[in-house]
Design a protein around this ligand. Sequence first.
Ligand code: ATP
Ligand code: MG
Length: 547
Amino acid sequence: MKLPFRDTYDDLFRDFSWDIPDKFNIGKAVSDDWAQREPERICLQHFDPEGKHLSFSYGELSEQSASLANGLRAIGVHPGDRVALLLPQGFETVIAHVATYKMGAIALPLALLFGAEALEYRLRIAGAKVIVTNAFGLSRLEEVRERLPALEHVVLVGDDDKAGTIAFEHLVKAHPAVFEVADTGPHDPALMIFTSGTTGPPKGALHGHRVLIGHIPGMQMAHEFLPQPGDRVWTPADWAWAGGLLNALLPGLLLGVPVVSSPAQKFDPHMAFRIMAEMKVRNAFIPPTAMRLLKVVERPRESYDLALRTIGSAGESLGRKTYEWAQTALGLTVNEFYGQTECNFVLSSMTTLGVSKAGPIGKAVPGHRVAIVSADGEVLPPGETGQVAVARPDPVMFLGYWQDDKATEAKFVGDWMLTGDQGRMDEGGYIEFLGRDDDVITSSGYRIGPAEIEDCLLGHPAVQLAAAVGKPDPVRTEIVKAYVVLAPGHVPSDGLAAELRNWVKTRLSMHEYPREIAFIDDMPLTTSGKVIRRELRQRSVLEATGS
Ligand code: ATP
Ligand code: MG
């Protein structure tokens, strides 16, 4: 399933083909298969702010996940049951994932940042039978537990004496470290991940064990033939998000590359650099909003001893400005890539093979057929705007939305899975992201993607984060309104707003500039760090009606 070594992208694309085995189990592949060969090999290194970093081996992972699988079976978990994982980055989280896959149960990762309501929604829809969490997660859960009749057990990490819970440690210690892994095929369900909920209610995307195999070419592209000697993967993103789990943790484990874990916290740029320096991170996955927040650290290369070889970024548009900033400030060209929970990691850049441009995302990852199609599934020629679409079958493609065949069906036109994102392909096969369907602004007959406006604003030294939305307007249908978070040391003023309007007006076409600018202290972000433009759009409507 690995990419062949080739000197050009075209050769790489042409010479790669999938080799999906008849039997495949994620849990076995990321633990036992390594443990049999090299039990001492390091799979995880945990960053401790006090400097007491811990290392864990594949041997430990293999045994402890076997014990936990036996323990989960003993409390009544069967293949196909949903096991919710509400945990921060850490070794127990990996053990719980691996145990779930080994049993043939379905892992349901949940972010600790979720409020009680968000948590209840996902647990209820998924019908989770067991949840593995920590004291913090338990405090959230207590508010909603009685409304979740399907939830039979709470397994608690780090606290062994709490009423109504089963201690994780006890479950591991009390059961044998040998477990016969479920005889799963690649298309058997392994994982349910809810989408980020950026545009509406989050949907549970169900994936087969094959999903991990499907991620390897993309990982190898964005991280320049990962694994190379000394490689070490880290992401500040929550492992509960498709990005954190499938663009960092699981591929790292599968490829035998140590993964660095770090405690949950609000993203802190100084801490991020500290983690990368102290843990000698070589391959970072840093989503665009986090990349933009890194800019507050001046001269990072002088202040931190960085060992970075590759940086990948995805989840939102990276944009030219952030791409160029990283080249100057970090001395590295970020490889942007693209995917969604339903069908992840299908486009990427790969700088060493010359696939990299400021602006567009990149090209199709070997093994995936990606095109720009019209609403009725017609493939559009280069230069035309349409839906970014992926052809089935594809191992990264979801099996379907959980118990929602209608929504699953609506995602396809023929064999094309529509992403709901607008894009354009150039003659060279680069795909440019214009915006999500719902985020595209209609003004005076023009269709305007927010990405370009936001990127332009980010080029102004006073701007740290920017989001452009369409505000309803009686004459123009919508006008472009930009919400701006200022960089440290800058204060809002009418003068600055006028300057920013002019900044865009003179750089992009006349119809694209934001007629209104609002300064805000915090950008509304999903737990995966994505701008929720829907919320800003609603805010702009309220402002327009004066309520
Ligand atoms: P929901 O579907 O619930 O609204 P979501 O789409 O944000 O949530 P994810 O599946 O985590 O949830 O995100 C996938 C989406 O993120 C893509 O469809 C696309 O809109 C955006 N995205 C991912 N990578 C990029 C990128 N490189 N450039 C621009 N947008 C990206
Ligand atoms: Mg989506």
